[in-house]
Design a binder for this molecule. Structure first.
Ligand code: FAD
Ligand code: SIN
Length: 536
């Protein structure tokens, strides 16, 4: 069932529409353009809004001496806890170094040592230093800057900012042939319109805003994943919401985006302490504070529950020149009254990354002809049950290029959309806060049958609060609602604990569950779930 929206008042056209201007969308757009096709890039706010510009730690790639794609593969598979698609991981780690070199050729500047070598740091789950970074802890800002410069230099890519993609346009056979958009513009392209295209690439990023506290910016409302679901595509692994272990804890109930303290801070020597000054990660894992993210988040949460404390501490006082190495984090600590060079930093987990998303093949194709998905919105299978640190920017670079090649080689003919006769679905935007708090409470770091059923009951109630006034907040709330349902249903289906899915009533990992939970949503608003084998 599509979203309630006004009839399109204007039409535009391109060979390919790319939705989203993060690393995934920009990389895809540049590569599609390089193949000689016309591109329309639409983005719901300003061009650099999205998770990409917030990325801190860096980009993982086997570029250092002694490193190899095989070692990167091994760390990725371990972090993914038995659920990675091996072919997707192999592509990520073997095509990754070249994709990073191409990014450098496009103008991205990474930090270098005095001798001119690219500086590599370490993050959770990596057995060696393989994370490139820029501006210390401002890697995403540099990636975004470089790609945006490249886009601006290409007049074959038309860009529309403040353009929110609402739903896919489809022909009588379901083939995607464009999108409906709401544009806050001027002149002829204002309000709801339609962009026709031979292929549509969703690159709308994550869905962190489903939760009350997240590292994700306000635009991360999962719009593209919801759009794909409504178009008939499948989602997979959505129960694997990654909670970043070290998000700055602030003594406030204020929700929304919270400041991240990068894992690279631990990579440079910082360590976690509980309120008694104990290094609780040391006995938990051979990598101690640099264990994969799910393990650290789970242990922090256990400490918080066991001792009834609102946060744990990160001791970064031993890092030489903290301000120079981590300028962004230094500034956000200082803005919150903490001097990380002298004081412990209070940290707690918050929602950070969707390891699952729209199920795609190795070329980003969904099961719907004409519809591709790239970046955090996609489930390539490369992350399994828990993404390895700094593999996300890399995924956008690698799979953006693959999608562009596939589109160039297989561009379908332009078909025409049929008008959707359904009235459309829209929720009252006022449900958003309750939805976020309910999801954090019942479907957060820890879940159980009881907490998930209670969450579903609240969601059912929220689902009755309809709206007849199409506007941005209502579309976003409706998308968040659809994704919350998918997450809870996925989490209920998976009766085990694995990666970032932690069921208190099924605390063990069950080998019988080395399967993907794949979900679909039909025109009548009904869900169906199937299990699929993981390709090893
Ligand atoms: P995004 O960069 O989120 O871009 C999505 C785009 O889609 C945005 O332009 C948005 O405005 C647009 N959009 C959304 N909805 C619509 C709509 N309806 N219509 C039109 N446009 C829409 N990963 C790493 O690999 N390394 C790191 O160091 C790292 N650090 C991180 C730090 C933080 C604080 C956060 C939040 C994430 C971090 N990640 C990191 C994860 C990584 O940044 C993201 O997964 C990645 O940037 C996602 O890229 P993307 O292009 O898929 O989405
Ligand atoms: C971080 O810098 O800790 C985030 C890295 C990531 O999400 O990959």
């Amino acid at each position: 069932m599509k979203l309630l929206a006004g009839k399109p008042g204007w039409t535009t056209k391109a060979d390919v529409v790319v939705i989203g201007s993060g690393v995934a969308g920009l990389t895809t757009a540049l590569n599609v353009r390089a193949a000689g096709l016309s591109v329309l890039l639409v983005t719901k706010a300003l061009l650099d809004e999205g998770s990409t510009k917030w990325a801190q730690g860096g980009i993982a790639a086997a570029l250092g001496p002694g490193d190899s794609p095989d070692q990167h593969e091994s760390d990725t598979l371990i972090a993914g806890a038995g659920l990675c698609d091996l072919a997707a991981v192999k592509i990520l780690v073997t095509e990754g170094p070249e994709a990073v070199r191409k990014l450098i050729a496009r103008g991205a500047v990474f930090d270098r040592s005095d001798s001119g070598e690219i500086s590599l740091t370490r993050e959770g789950g990596h057995h060696r230093n393989r994370i490139l970074h820029a501006g210390g802890d401002a890697t995403g800002a540099e990636v975004s800057r470089a790609l945006l410069e490249a886009i601006k230099g290409d007049d074959g890519i038309e860009v529309i900012e403040q353009a929110l993609a609402i739903d896919a346009l489809q022909d009588a056979n379901g083939q995607v042939c464009g999108v409906t958009l709401h544009v806050i513009g001027q002149g002829s392209r204002d309000g709801v319109g339609q962009a026709l295209a031979k292929a549509v690439v969703v690159a709308t990023g994550g869905l962190g805003q489903v939760y009350s506290q997240t590292t994700n910016p306000s635009v991360s409302t999962g719009d593209g994943v919801a759009l794909a679901l409504r178009a008939g595509a499948q989602v997979a692994d959505v129960e694997f919401i990654q909670f970043h272990p070290t998000v700055l804890w602030r003594d406030t109930a204020e929700g929304g985006q919270q400041p991240l303290i990068s894992e690279a801070v631990r990579g440079e020597g910082a360590f976690l302490l509980n309120h008694k000054g104990e290094r609780f990660m040391v006995k938990k894992h051979e990598l101690a504070d640099l264990a994969p993210r799910d393990i650290v988040a789970k242990e922090i949460f256990t400490q918080m529950r066991t001792w009834n404390i609102p946060h744990v501490w990160l001791d970064a006082t031993g890092i030489a020149d903290f301000e120079g190495r981590f300028p962004t984090i230094y500034a956000s600590c200082k803005a919150n009254g903490i001097d990380p060079t002298k004081q412990l930093i209070p940290v707690a987990p918050a929602s950070h990354y969707a390891s699952g998303g729209v199920l795609v093949d190795l070329n980003g194709r969904t099961s719907i002809k004409g519809l591709y998905v790239c970046g955090e919105s996609a489930c390539t299978g490369a992350h399994g049950a828990n993404r390895l640190a700094s593999n996300s920017l890399l995924e956008g670079l690698v799979f953006g290029a693959r999608i562009a090649s596939d589109i160039a080689a297989n561009l379908p003919e332009q078909v025409l959309p049929v008008e959707d006769q359904n009235e459309g679905f829209l929720l009252n935007p006022a449900i958003k806060l309750t939805l976020q708090l309910t999801m954090s409470e019942g479907a957060g770091v820890m879940r159980s049958e009881e907490s998930l059923q209670a969450t579903l009951t609240t969601l059912d109630q929220l689902g009755t609060q309809l709206s007849s006034e199409p506007r941005i907040e209502a579309w976003e709330a409706s998308n968040l609602y659809l994704l919350a349902e998918a997450i809870v249903r996925g989490a209920l289906a998976r009766t085990e604990s694995r990666g970032s899915h932690w069921r208190t009533d099924f605390p063990l990992t069950d080998p019988a569950w080395e399967k993907r939970v794949v979900q679909k949503y039909d025109q009548k608003g009904r869900w169906s779930t199937t299990l699929s084998e993981v390709k090893k």
